[in-house]
Ligand binder design. Structure first.
Ligand code: ASP
Ligand code: MG
Length: 472
């Protein structure tokens, strides 16, 4: 079997965990395995923060402290994950990277400028530091291994720094670089997740959580049999257990359902991660690093999953609504202008709802994009002040997902009448004609309560046979 195994940040949070993950890989090493690894937990966040601090603060003293701490975290990991004689080489590699990072941070600080390109470069250090440690942990267990950056593995992307998209030709390149390693040399490559390289050779990132996408891209390119995403949770749940403690594991879910859930905020995987697998129908297993024998969730090509009408609920809290309204305009023209500008500004649109009797277009976007979205829409000259742009920034989006909703009458009715009885006001509603998903926007204070109520109403904690009767 040929498997791509991705280990998330929480799975490689320290040296002991990395060693544990390496042992898991060893257990399956009679297969052809490629490992993709995230940055150690918290590292990408800390790099994001330090990059911002470098260009906002006058002094540079904090940079030394930051790199010293980061170096220590990785030295400690080497101590616990890597044995002699492999330590010296990986420590040397870490030192080189830390030196490089310090120089870049000082550069940002002196210039007082942080471009998207330099931000991606800084963010790449998380995975560039973790991959060699993981690879050396494998060597310590007697497994031949090689650490590679995304670029070295062939992940060529466009230049959309921060959310770069892999180019078509990446596929062939990945295949030509990875296949000989696993097939002929019999080694386990450890590839940095999340990062690629553009055609000019600059490092790019695939968007937060992008290591999942690295894994699925590689899997598709090398025709893997499966992708295993090792996380710190047992699998896909009916809702976030932090919101609904009685949430249940979903053993099997379709690509479409999983994509809807990921798009609408369930933190199971990167929203675009399944795209590379659809054509070849490569299944994904979500497995728990710290409970490896649990069955996990399989995401695969199942057309109809009739076990339940609503299968899972998700919630996104860091969102805002932008509303465009006015009269006497060609609706299509205004829509075209709005989306052209959002595309230029890289604004992530999560949900849309529209009424065209009078122009009224509402869009849910990431809250972090709100400033740019409002600025670009209030600058449109030919609207001459006749189009009004307003915002709501204390909202949340709830989604109910399930292939069983297709063609089942009464699901929307049930959702909205229940929430109405509970005094929860619905601001926006959206259901695409695929019917896999009903999403709606509520005030932020009502988001979690709405998820709890619906989880209860659709009996998502119960056995499947009981759920079938709910709507009918
Ligand atoms: N390290 C990156 C992040 O935290 C990518 C990943 O973990 O998938 O977003
Ligand atoms: Mg991470």
């Amino acid at each position: 079997m040929r498997v791509v195994m991705k280990f998330g940040g929480a799975s490689v949070k320290d040296g002991r965990s990395i060693r544990h993950c390496a042992k898991l890989v060893k257990k399956y090493s009679n297969n052809e395995v490629v490992v993709v690894v995230s940055a150690m937990a918290g590292v990408t966040d800390s790099l994001t923060n330090i990059a911002k601090k470098c260009y906002t603060e006058q002094s540079t003293g904090f940079i030394k402290m930051f790199v010293a701490e980061l170096a220590k975290k990785h030295y400690d990991a080497v101590r616990d994950a890597v044995d002699e004689p492999f330590r010296a080489r990986v420590l040397e590699h870490i030192d080189r990277l830390i030196d490089e990072l310090e120089k870049v941070l000082l550069g940002i600080s002196y210039l007082g400028e942080l471009t998207k390109r330099s931000e991606d470069y800084i963010l790449s250090f998380g995975e560039r530091l973790s991959a060699p440690i993981f690879s050396s942990a494998l060597l310590s267990l007697g497994i031949d291994s090689l650490a590679m950056t995304g670029g070295e593995a062939g992940i060529i992307t466009n230049s959309n720094f921060g959310r770069a998209k892999p180019l078509k030709k990446a596929c062939e390149l990945i295949k030509s670089r990875i296949t000989p390693l696993i097939k002929i040399r019999g080694c386990i490559p450890v590839v940095t997740g999340y990062i690629g390289v553009n055609e000019e050779g600059n490092i790019t990132t695939l968007g937060r959580g992008g290591s999942d996408l690295t894994a699925t891209l590689i899997a598709s390119a090398i025709d893997a049999d499966e992708v295993w995403l090792w996380k710190e949770v047992d699998g896909v749940m009916t809702a976030d257990p932090k919101i609904v403690p009685e949430a249940k594991l979903i053993p099997k879910i379709s690509y479409q359902e999983a994509m809807e859930l990921a798009h609408f905020g369930a933190k199971i995987l990167h929203p675009r991660a399944l795209e590379p697998l659809l054509e070849k129908k490569i299944p994904v297993r979500i497995k728990n690093t710290f409970n490896p024998d649990a069955p996990g969730t399989v995401i695969m090509d199942i057309k109809e999953s009739k076990d339940g009408i609503v299968k899972a609920l998700s919630l996104i809290e860091k969102v805002a609504v932008v509303n465009v309204s006015g009269a006497g305009f060609d609706f299509a023209e205004v829509m075209a202008e709005v989306f052209k500008r959002f595309a230029e500004e890289n604004v992530n649109v999560i949900m849309i709802s529209q009424s065209s009797s009078e122009l009224n277009l509402s869009m849910v976007i990431d809250r972090s994009d709100l400033g740019r979205a409002m600025k670009t829409l209030t600058n449109v000259d030919n609207w001459n002040g006749n189009v009004k742009v307003s915002k709501l920034d204390d909202v949340a989006v709830v989604s109910a997902v399930g292939a069983g909703m297709v063609g089942t009458p009464g699901v929307a009715g049930k959702i909205f009448s229940t929430l109405g009885e509970e005094g929860i006001n619905i601001i926006m509603i959206s259901q695409s004609c695929s019917e896999y998903n009903i999403s709606f926007t509520v005030s932020k204070k009502d988001g979690r309560r709405a998820v709890k109520i619906l989880h209860d109403v659709f009996q998502l904690s119960d056995v499947p046979s009981k759920k079938e009767q709910i709507v009918n």
